[in-house]
Design a protein around this ligand. Structure first.
Ligand code: B12
Length: 448
């Protein structure tokens, strides 16, 4: 029986530790497709270095799959990077096992070729992992060549041998892992699940199309409902975050999902990322009846100048209308902003600050400047304007910060502002931990 170990390398715990969902999707799918494959999970949030090395040596795997979710913290102020830690991790892994090392994950996919080389992996998988990993493992087991598999990279591969992903699965599986559930429910007060993959929007800075693709794929509703039922029945989980890039992309599907959730009578509450448009009061009320409590809006700016420049598919008028609808229903809302990004000027900054007062009471999370990712409109426009050399290493985080932005002035402007602004370097961990200790679930920003 071949032995596979899937490792989550993520140890970042801000804003809270995140259940390594990829591990459960990969394991559930592989287990169903290939019952003879023995799969163990190793989450580095749950084991210190000597523990995981012991566990890995005990399993003596034939294959190691390493999931790299984050490569940096995407915060222009703290600028934490995780690659050096991953280098040490891989070196240790190699000293414990001779098994082929397969890399994948959201962060990995953004710099797949570079990271395969820098981390000295044997194989790398770009984007959706389930089927590709299955195909790779089966070929390796059968000692057949691995060429032709979509999204697969390997060591010393000729550029012409890379086959970009064209097909996606329509049958993802998800069983939560009991050990992981216990840890994350206790430390994060929520679990997570996807309802759809992919995003068709073309926001100038966004890396999501490189990870999930631009075609939206809805996950089977019975499978989503079953996973949530399992989480409630077996583990008492009654709060989840839908990790979709944007939840309100497919209204018909979302309404069907909401109706299915209402029908099951589960007590589960949920939150998700929303775009602040194409969301009516009727839909919000239906989602609320199905358990929605928290809306995290990817608003990014409250000025039409900036929204146009960021290529957002909505404008201020829609933001205010959607925010008002959510407030009237008593739903909690937070708005994430990118202040000082591409096209931001003095006037647009002033507008964002002024227009924030027009929102109903909300929490605002401003991030300063834009992390520059490859294959984005931002990288292209900056290169065209000679602000970024084509060969710049973007794995080392680089940010675009508009010359119009002044940090001290911004901080002064939000002092005494009627909304609650939470800056990237505000340390909320103690307050949040106290609330969790009191049994509060969910993201908890509504208490801040
Ligand atoms: C939802 C989300 C959040 C939520 C999570 C809520 C929750 N309770 O889960 C919140 C807001 C908390 C969050 C926080 C952060 N996030 Co975030 N987040 C996402 C998002 C939108 C989805 C992630 C997800 O769960 N996807 C669903 C799972 C199942 O997909 P997956 O992990 O990608 O796994 C699939 C494939 O990648 C692959 N795969 C995965 N691992 C492996 C391994 C192998 C071997 C193989 C073969 C395949 C494979 O197969 C899986 C199934 O198909 C992504 C963007 C995106 N579209 O991916 C960003 C993203 C992962 N986040 C990112 C970052 C940076 C962060 C933060 C560090 C900073 C921040 N504030 O945003 C924190 C870190 C949190 C932490 N403790 O780790 C970056 C990571 C890239 C980078 N620059 O490092 C991303 C990619 C967004 C971006 N900026 O581009 N995030």
């Amino acid at each position: 029986m071949p032995q596979l170990v899937i490792i989550s390398a993520n140890r970042h715990c801000s804003p809270y530790p995140v259940y390594p969902l990829a591990l459960s999707y990969l394991k559930s799918y592989l287990q169903q497709a290939w019952p003879a494959l023995q799969i163990s999970l190793l989450d580095l949030n749950l084991a210190d270095d000597s523990q995981w090395q012991q566990q890995l040596a005990g399993v003596n795997p034939d294959y190691v799959a390493l999931s790299l979710r984050n490569i940096d913290d995407t915060d222009s102020q703290s600028q934490r990077e995780f690659i050096s830690g991953y280098r040490t991790l891989v070196a240790t892994l190699r000293s414990v096992t001779k098994a082929p090392l397969i890399l994948g994950g959201a962060g990995y996919s953004l710099f797949a070729k570079t990271l395969l080389e820098q981390l000295d992996g044997d194989y790398g998988i770009v984007g959706e992992g389930e089927l590709t990993l299955l195909q790779l493992l089966q070929r390796l087991e059968q000692q057949r060549p691995v060429n032709g598999i979509e999204g697969l990279l390997w060591h010393n591969q000729a550029a012409a041998d890379f086959v970009p992903r064209k097909t996606f699965i329509d049958d993802p599986q998800l069983q939560f892992d009991a050990d992981l559930v216990a840890h994350y429910w206790h430390h994060s007060g929520m679990l997570n699940i996807q309802t759809k993959r992919g995003c068709p929007h073309r926001c100038i800075y966004c890396s999501y199309p490189s990870i999930d693709g631009t075609t939206v794929r809805q996950l089977p509703i019975p499978q989503i409902v079953e996973s949530l039922k399992q989480a409630w029945d077996q583990h008492g989980i009654d709060y989840v975050f839908f990790t979709d890039s944007v939840f309100n992309l497919t209204p018909d599907f979302n309404e069907a999902l909401a109706k299915a959730l209402i029908k099951t009578g589960l007590p589960t509450k949920w939150g998700a990322y929303f775009a602040p448009h194409r969301l009516s009061s009727r839909q919000l009320a239906l989602y609320q009846q199905a358990g929605l409590t928290h809306l995290e809006f990817g608003t990014e700016a409250l000025s039409d100048i900036t929204l146009a420049s960021y290529q957002k598919p909505f404008r201020l008028k829609q933001v205010l209308r959607t925010a008002q609808c959510a407030a009237e229903l008593g739903l909690h809302q937070a708005h994430f902003l990118i202040v000082g990004g591409w096209g931001e000027n003095q006037e647009s900054l002033k507008q964002t600050l002024e227009n924030a007062s027009l929102l109903p009471p909300t929490v605002l999370f401003p991030y300063f400047g834009m992390r520059i990712y490859p294959d984005t409109g931002l990288a292209m426009q900056m290169t065209q304007r000679h602000l970024l050399a084509a060969e710049t290493d973007l794995l080392t985080p680089q940010y675009y910060l508009s010359p119009a932005f002044n940090h001290a002035q911004f901080q002064q402007a939000i002092e005494g502002h009627q909304q609650r602004w939470i800056l990237p370097d505000d340390d909320l961990s103690v307050g949040i931990a106290q609330l969790r200790a009191l049994g509060k679930r969910g993201p908890l920003w509504e208490y801040l």
